[in-house]
Design a protein around this ligand. Structure first.
Ligand code: PMP
Length: 395
């Protein structure tokens, strides 16, 4: 059978990171490429205990179909969690539990974009988001990043262009891939531009809880009094990604469409995951757990940065205040693709920075390193490999 792939999907490329991860069966390969949370932070014992209790005491309530928006007790627990520092969920908002925040990127595009519509995105940004947007035929327009977030002059130009973007995608906290955090002033300015030009903001915040230094900055959603902001956050990085659990907060009117999109996709999010999540939020000290994760990441990030300073002073990088990534910049004269290739030959995987650009063919001296997954011993080995490759290429 020769399948006729739809216009929409024909020409779509798989995520380069997923492709790199496929090679990971080589036990000797050290990966700075993925974005996996540190496995030693997973609350496995609590999950095992709650799961056994739930299946014993309420098997039907865990195993039966449920409502699309999410199990009511879980939604309520998540609403309280989301609002514990800033008012993220407001009176006009609704909250839906979804199967990973990747799913909400898909649904928002499904609901807001027609084929050929423009979506404005931070450039570089999370390529999984680009994939979701492109699956609906959206045309991506990148907006450059500065140290404290998106370039506002460029953003205004893109917002006032014809055709107007259907929404603007941004990751204000510890951006993937750059690790940069959007300042409070910029968040306010981005929100004001969104209101002025009527362009919704899709605020993707999977890393917000993973601050390792500096002061928290309130989400753009907390400034939103007009319903312009669609906020997505995830339990992947603070519980575990295998649960595939995330939530989205947005204006009630848009939520109606998102709910229908979900009905046409997977009916509702895994009930077991939702119930476990509710138990973890109500019966364990989540803030303490999050602090433990932060401590692990703080140590690993500091360690990687110290080694880079010592062994690879030619590599400049953004010092992130949280998240999971360092965004390295190679000196001019060192070919980034060749550097990545030679690292891989020596069994170190890093991600070439152009993978995160709207136009991958643009010249790029950046690459992304993940510090949450590798052990400290592998961080050291990996940095040594980069130092050896640089020495070889400098000759
Ligand atoms: N948004 C960003 C910025 C990400 O980096 C990721 C994955 N690491 C996701 C969304 C998807 O996360 P999940 O589906 O596991 O919630």
């Amino acid at each position: 059978m020769e399948f006729q792939i739809s216009n929409r999907m024909r020409g779509m490329k798989p995520s380069i990171i997923r492709e790199i991860l496929k090679q990971m069966s080589d036990p000797e390969l050290i990966s700075f490429a993925g974005g996996n949370p540190a496995a030693d932070s997973f609350p496995a014992a609590d999950i095992a205990r709650f799961s056994a209790e739930l299946l014993e005491n309420d098997p039907v309530g865990v195993l039966q179909y449920s409502v699309t928006e999410g199990v009511p007790a879980a939604r309520e627990a998540v609403r309280k969690f989301a609002n514990r520092h800033d008012e993220v969920v407001k009176d006009n908002d609704d909250l839906i539990l979804v199967s990973g925040s990747q799913q909400i990127l898909d649904f928002v595009t499904k609901c807001l974009c027609n084929e050929g519509d423009v979506v404005a995105v931070e450039n570089p940004a999370f390529l999984g988001a680009f994939l979701s947007f492109r699956c609906y035929g959206a045309k991506l327009v990148g907006v450059s990043m500065e140290e404290d977030g998106v370039d506002l002059t460029e953003l205004e130009k893109v917002f006032s262009a014809n055709p107007k973007p259907r929404f603007f995608y941004c990751i204000p906290n510890f951006q993937n891939p750059t690790g940069r955090t959007m300042s409070a002033e910029k968040r306010k300015a981005v929100y004001e531009l969104s209101v002025k030009y009527g362009v919704p903001i899709l605020e993707d915040d999977p890393y917000g809880e993973l601050r390792i230094s500096g002061q928290p900055v309130a989400p753009i959603k907390s400034l939103d009094i007009t319903g312009n902001v669609i906020y997505a956050a995830s339990f992947s990085k603070i519980m575990c990604p295998g649960m595939r659990l995330a939530y989205c907060v947005c204006d009630k009117a848009l939520m109606k469409s998102l709910v229908i999109a979900k009905q046409g996709s997977d009916v509702h999010t895994n009930v077991w995951s939702q119930r476990i999540c509710a138990q973890l939020l109500t019966r364990t000290d989540m803030d303490r757990h999050i602090e433990e994760i932060r401590q692990i990441y703080r140590e690993k990030a500091e360690y990687m940065m110290r080694l880079l300073d010592e062994k690879c002073p030619q590599i400049r990088y953004v010092r992130p205040e949280g998240g999971m990534f360092l965004w390295g910049t190679l000196p001019d004269g060192i070919d980034m693709q060749e550097f990545v290739k030679r690292c891989l030959e020596r069994k170190l995987a890093v991600v070439p920075g152009n993978a995160f650009l709207v136009d991958e063919t643009q010249p790029c001296q950046n690459f992304r390193m993940n510090f949450s997954t590798p052990t400290k011993a592998n961080i050291e080995k990996g940095v040594e490999i980069m130092a050896a490759v640089l020495a070889e290429m400098d000759r």
